[in-house]
Design a protein around this ligand. Structure first.
Ligand SMILES: Cc1cc2nc3c(=O)[nH]c(=O)nc-3n(C[C@H](O)[C@H](O)[C@H](O)COP(=O)(O)OP(=O)(O)OC[C@H]3O[C@@H](n4cnc5c(N)ncnc54)[C@H](O)[C@@H]3O)c2cc1C
Length: 552
């Protein structure tokens, strides 16, 4: 949002952006005084960049005098994110996660700032945890505000391309600000491609800092570009955690905080399934609910604060044992070595086996309902399949945007597999139409979904229902195929641990030093709170194992 007023000479003057969502709080004099013990005052002449899009490792700046504007570089986008004055601080989540910054901050006039190195900021917030929470909350909210302003990279491609979808999914699962330029609909697309000398058939392309063009980059290339992916620094870690959903993140926080060198791998993004939940309402301590993305960001910052290292994307493809160590082979051919291993790979959604799915899966079928999918659907009618909590949450979330949400369940009682609070809300939401005792029979549409044929289970009657997107949330399968026969699994492919078999401690598998927690563990309760609890508890068992094995 650009905020300007006009001076007597008719020249627009900028004024401060109001703080409407807690993104731009003003520090008190006492807080600035306290912080000044950790940093130094600096004069910044008008027009100087305090930091630029693409920078890393910059200081935390508190404005003492003058105005600073923040936004995408002005030669590229006319839109500002915000203007800040005395008492406000600059920066966003990237300062704490080691990623690149997605915006540029320019002194609008001669400015005085307090520059605090990020390492020293960490010391300051230990002294004043309230200040730490204020800054973290502001940074998390800013990241989501940046997402809607043109900050970050641009993805130009066709909405029908599965690679366009992969890149956008990767960016949104990792909460990376980006702008989608739709080849079919956005009038800007053609001009951008012509200027960069890219033919439409060479899309999708990612444009970074207005000039660097990556043609159909892999997720790993994108992650390297924005500083998300690090190279492992050690020969062997005390603890390697595979999977950074709630269970893996909890293990990372407890492992690193208790002095274990801890490496976390995730194939896609931190946060796991929880990131696809717009509002988790049953997690202890958050009576108003918390979005999965915020929970994941907070946990990642916390784990990094204690020294955990993250490799994202880092997909485990194989596991072998060498000289008492556990060696995880990654999809890029690298190996990481661990004294102890925690498997926290969770589950993935089941697909529907119906005619039309293979053809339309890349363009119109989704396995999560987040802001990014909701944007693609616009206000069109959509369909959600599934009777569990995730389907219920998705239906309610989509009903905020879509004209009609069709919810299809294979039984009669909406309350059977869904928490009562969700089922009650669905019944009171007029935009949601529930199809009971019904199943998806066929998907129709050439390139995109146009309608779904539903079949009534007791009468065989069919109904053709208009729908531009299908959200499939019908249960899940454990992500254990990569383990081969190295670890004993139950008949459904979930990892067996001491909790449900004859060997080892509660979460230890049949291989000493390898533990399993969260949704991937046989018999686990499939909830955020239990995944977090298991991840935390497993670290105690890892300590016991390392002591037993004489490695601590
Ligand atoms: C839409 C939705 C809404 C939900 N709402 C709620 C709710 O309100 N309350 C609640 O309590 N629970 C909810 N849940 C369930 C909850 O999110 C899960 O129980 C929880 O996320 C499980 O955590 P986890 O860490 O065990 O596994 P996951 O969250 O599944 O995380 C596993 C991680 O491992 C990674 N991974 C998988 N294989 C590999 C590999 N080979 N190499 C590297 N990484 C790998 C994945 O990319 C993923 O990030 C919801 C789930 C969904 C889908």
């Amino acid at each position: 949002m650009r905020t300007t007023s006009t001076s007597e000479r008719g020249v627009p003057e900028r004024s401060e952006t109001p703080d409407v969502s807690g993104a731009y709080p003003r520090l008190t004099d006492a807080q600035v005084m306290m912080l000044s013990r950790f940093g130094a005052r600096r004069q910044v002449p008008k027009g100087t960049a305090l930091y630029s899009e693409g920078d890393r490792d910059c200081d935390f700046f508190v404005i003492l005098e003058g105005l600073v504007s923040v936004g995408p570089p002005t030669d590229r986008e006319p839109q500002l994110v915000a203007v800040h004055g005395p008492g406000r601080f600059l920066g966003d989540l990237s300062l704490l996660t080691g990623q690149t910054l997605y915006v540029t901050a320019i002194a609008e006039e001669d400015v005085e700032v307090l520059a605090v190195p990020v390492e020293r900021l960490k010391e300051a917030v230990v002294e004043d945890p309230g200040l730490g929470d204020l800054i973290l909350r502001a940074f998390i909210v800013r990241r989501s505000l940046h997402a809607g302003t043109g900050a970050g990279f641009r993805v130009v491609g066709s909405r029908f391309s599965s690679d366009s979808r992969r890149i956008r999914d990767f960016a949104s699962r990792n909460r990376i600000p980006h702008r989608w330029v739709d080849l079919e609909e956005d009038p800007e697309a053609e001009g951008i491609l012509r200027r960069l000398g890219v033919a439409p058939e060479q899309t999708p392309v990612v444009i970074w800092k207005g000039e660097h063009v990556l043609r159909n980059p892999s997720n790993a290339e994108l992650a390297t570009l924005i500083g998300l992916r690090v190279v492992p620094e050690r020969e062997a870690y005390d603890l390697v955690i595979v999977g950074a959903g709630p269970a893996g993140l909890a293990a990372a926080v407890y492992g690193a905080s208790e002095g274990l060198s801890s490496l976390v791998l995730d194939a896609v993004a931190t946060g796991g399934q929880a990131v696809t939940s717009s509002q988790i309402e049953n997690y202890l301590g958050f009576p108003a609910g918390i979005s999965g993305a915020e929970l994941a960001d907070r946990a990642m910052v916390q784990a990094r604060k204690f020294g955990a290292t993250f490799i994202v994307p880092g997909e485990a493809r194989s596991l072998r044992g060498t000289d008492g160590y556990h060696v995880v082979g990654l999809s890029d051919g690298e190996d990481v070595t661990a004294h102890a291993l925690i498997l926290a790979t969770g589950v993935q959604y089941r697909r529907l086996e119906v005619p039309g799915l293979d053809r339309l899966e890349g363009s119109s079928v989704y396995y999560a309902a987040t802001e990014s999918e909701a944007q693609l659907c616009g206000g069109d009618p959509v369909m959600v399949v599934g009777g569990g909590n995730s389907a219920g949450q998705a239906a309610l979330f989509l009903a905020r945007r879509s004209s009609v949400v069709h919810l299809v369940i294979r039984h009669h009682d909406l309350h059977r597999d869904m928490s009562r609070y969700l089922a009650d809300r669905i019944e009171k939401t007029p935009q949601i139409r529930v199809w009971r005792d019904a199943e998806v029979y066929q998907l129709d549409g050439d390139v995109v979904l146009q309608s779904v044929v539903l079949r009534e289970l007791d009468s065989d009657r069919q109904h053709v229902v208009d729908s531009s997107a299908l959200f499939v949330l019908i249960g899940s399968m454990p992500r254990t195929a990569w383990l081969g026969d190295r670890i004993e699994l139950d008949e459904h492919g979930y990892v067996l641990t001491g909790a449900n078999s004859r060997w080892g401690s509660l979460f230890e598998t049949d291989t000493p030093g390898v533990f399993a927690v969260g949704d991937v563990r046989s018999g686990s309760v499939k909830r955020v709170a239990s995944a977090v609890g298991e991840g935390a508890m497993a670290v105690r068992l890892v300590h016991e194992f390392l002591e037993r094995a004489g490695r601590r």
